[in-house]
Design a protein around this ligand. Sequence first.
Ligand SMILES: [Zn+2]
Ligand SMILES: [Zn+2]
Length: 451
Amino acid sequence: MVEEGWDYTNVDEWKKEFPQSCAGSKQSPINIILNNTKLAYTTGLEWKNYDFTPAEMRLTNNGHTIQLQAKWYYYDAYVTSGPLGLNDYIFEQLHFHWGQKDNEGSEHTINGKRCELEIHMVHWKRDYGSIENAVNYSDGLVVIASFYTVLLNRKSQVLENILDAISSVQNVNGTTKIEPFPLSDFKVADNYDDFISYSGSLTTPKCNEVVTWIILLTPFSISKKQIAKFRSIKLNHGSKYNYRSTQPLNDRKIRVYLQFDPKWKNFDTPFLKYKGNKYVFQQLHFHWGRNDQVGSEHTVNKKRYSLEMHMVHWNKNYGSLNEAINHKDGLIVVASFYQVSNVKSVAVQDILDAAEKVEEEGSSWQIENFLLSDFEVVNDKTSWISYNGSLTTPQCLEVVTWLLSLDPYDVTENQIRKIRSLKLSHNDDHDNRPTQPLNGRKITLYTVLFF
Ligand SMILES: [Zn+2]
Ligand SMILES: [Zn+2]
């Protein structure tokens, strides 16, 4: 895939030399502005066979970077699921981008800031048979990128495997076999933090616009000694760095993926991951009103929905819900809306069936064999917004990160009528906010699913 006649000393000339693509409108890298992103949920990427030690590994200085290739005889390592859906993307090679000073080197920037090193793991879509063929299709490649920072001056163990062989690839065209190690040592697969994704291009000529970028937001550590070794590597025409300048986003969307634990199940403690923290599921409840036009607490473009569900989670770092509510990153409430249609919500029906057994306010009933993941919102990958707010109770503690799913789900007229008929107290101060009298009834049904 290496095109001749370019290097990093003429990076702004690429648009002229390779006008068919390097001058395109979906180029990479980009500056990632985190406020400017859309939230999406995913079950996370699945990394297959990354923990198998390859039969052979080869490190090469191709004049633009040092590149690591791995060969397995009986397997291929591939990534699937999450934003990739059912498609498999097979590992081809990984390589690095660096610079000469701290705060430079990475190709992508986050809110304008660069890390010292960026690793690219290049994958091609299995359906296309080979990487050479895959680069002709807009969904041909997935590049998984992560960052290394010298901030903590902490050594990366996995990079030692590569840096031990650095003398053999110090010069252009240097190549060597290295002792094989599993790619899972890069720990990218264990990283359950948020990642972002967008559609872009190769960051080297011919800059093909065929890449789904997946970028882990939390950097790994590298020591000053280690980054110095990268900086000593000789590249074509004496280039001292190998990162391309950031390109305009144009009309592309950046999505932030929040990784849910895919293994939510009954009697386990379900949780979601958000900004590197675990939030333990505590309870879910509903808000509704007198008729179809009222009920939801939040409005979307001034529209109120018939029903709003809140799933309350607390930050595991604080040990308990009671302690978490004292901290501004203490709670996450996932909110979703329901509108009346002729499509029944299976998950809401499970709750309603159980609610019939909750005769008095304050009593509870354990629901058997109910999966939280039956709720539509848990599987939603569409429009999300996030804001920091308060609980909608009188204490108004400003400890809640709200995650709102914008597109409503369906309940039937019958289901909503059943909810409205639930016998609940009208004098519960805890659930009435006097400042918003138009909301109709704001009494909540607390249905404890997990103990
Ligand atoms: Zn790269
Ligand atoms: Zn609520």
